[in-house]
Ligand binder design. Sequence first.
Ligand SMILES: [Zn+2]
Length: 216
Amino acid sequence: MTHDDLVFEALAYRRNVGTSLSDLRKYLQFRELTSHTAEDDLEALRRFEDAGKLVEVSEKWFLTPDGYKQAKGRALKPEWQWEDAWTLLALLYSSREKDLCKLEHIIAAADHINHAIPMLEELHGALNRLASGRLIRTRRGGFVVTERALELLSKVNASVRRRVLDQLDGLRRIMDCPCCGVNLKSVRWRISLDEDMLVQAEEAYREWSAETLKRH
Ligand SMILES: [Zn+2]
């Protein structure tokens, strides 16, 4: 087995969660017969990237749909993260006013909920996990929430006070619930997101909130 084969095996094992350089090294160190450096690993990753099998997002690598098709064998199970509930609540809020939520609408609602702007890796992870769990769908350059997501929120609203942070906490917990939560089996990383897209969306949001302030 070549170094590249072993690297792909690691990427396949971590296909639902993404792989950092140190994740990769941890996987390889007890399996390789001759030891390689992190530099060798990086070169291998770049080769897969050039071949269209892999994409880098904030120091983690994710298989593209093309790369994912080739991934076989056992895989780590993905888990819901805190930012998934944050992003979903942002989408649920902004979809009350809009049929289609664009990135800047998600950012605006996320800022309103938690007084922070999500980072690229948070948003990329959250959107892809939410889409894989069928809580959101992509449509014409934006996102829509599904019936399943609306049901989750109404269950949350039935059990907590309708304050933003209570809803956020309730949503995070219900996602993991064995009876009414969402079992996340795999994550396909079909939604691509890069720093430029995020910067543009953030600029659009800042311009538009400055306009709103002026009008008040
Ligand atoms: Zn339940």
